[in-house]
Write a protein that binds this ligand. Structure first.
Ligand SMILES: [Zn+2]
Length: 230
């Protein structure tokens, strides 16, 4: 079942390690099959050294296992809620990458401090509110998803495809699992650059004009970055 997507999700999980965003088993990636709506996700706690594409777990949208011998990632309820609420996304990635996690632990959004950020994220990367005790005690992973959805209320999640979960770490998403990994890599880089910029004593965001120029030349109907698409 979904062999191609299993391989893609397997490779995406390994790429997170290769790019230094994940150590040990501190991360997970998933992808949604656009035809069936089934979700393929990394198994819980299986080492990357021994992991194989067939170890990926196929989930129904309600979280029940459609196929797979392992339990899914413990963060599966967060992934599933994002897929349920945001029909345009096809991949979700969670890591504890150092720089993005530092901002999350500080409870701080990452402002758009320059064009590197503006090329990729249309505005600040927000940080969620803290979870309340009862939200931590019961349905913690589902409530993590809820607080992400709450943070993006009224916003198109694909224009800012990452969030910082307060005191925890980043989640990124995209049109498919590869795009979600791409966004997670971009997030870590802009988190790193922003931290250095703060250390140099500057924390003022770019102007709306510069943000619009850089975001819109790469994204949307009037984009002109790259080669013409035929
Ligand atoms: Zn985590």
């Amino acid at each position: 079942m979904l062999e191609k997507l299993r391989v893609e999700v397997f490779k995406a999980n390994l790429e997170l390690v290769e790019r230094g965003l994940v150590i040990h088993t501190w991360g997970n990636a998933s992808g949604r099959d656009p035809e069936t709506g089934l979700i393929v996700i990394k198994p819980s706690g299986v080492s990357y050294a021994s992991m194989k594409p067939e170890d990926m777990v196929v989930l129904n949208p309600d979280g029940t296992v459609a196929e797979g011998k392992y339990k899914p990632s413990t963060d599966a309820p967060t992934h599933l809620l994002l897929y349920k609420k945001w029909k345009t996304i096809g991949g979700v990635v969670h890591t504890h990458s150092g720089y993005a996690t530092s901002w999350a632990q500080a409870g701080m959004a990452i402002p758009a401090l320059g064009t590197t950020h503006a090329d990729h994220f249309y505005g600040e990367v927000p940080c969620t509110r803290k979870l309340k005790k009862r939200e931590i005690d019961v349905d913690y992973e589902l409530n993590t998803g809820r607080v992400i959805i709450e943070t993006f209320k009224g916003c198109d999640p694909l224009t800012v495809p990452s969030v910082l979960v307060n005191m925890h770490g980043p989640f990124s998403w995209g049109t498919d699992v590869n795009n979600a990994v791409y966004n997670a890599v971009a997030l870590e880089e802009i988190a790193h650059i922003a931290m250095n910029t703060f250390l140099l004593g500057h924390s003022k965001p770019v102007s709306k004009a510069l943000l619009d120029k850089h975001y819109n030349r790469k994204h949307g109907s009037n984009s002109y970055y790259g080669q013409n698409k035929k």
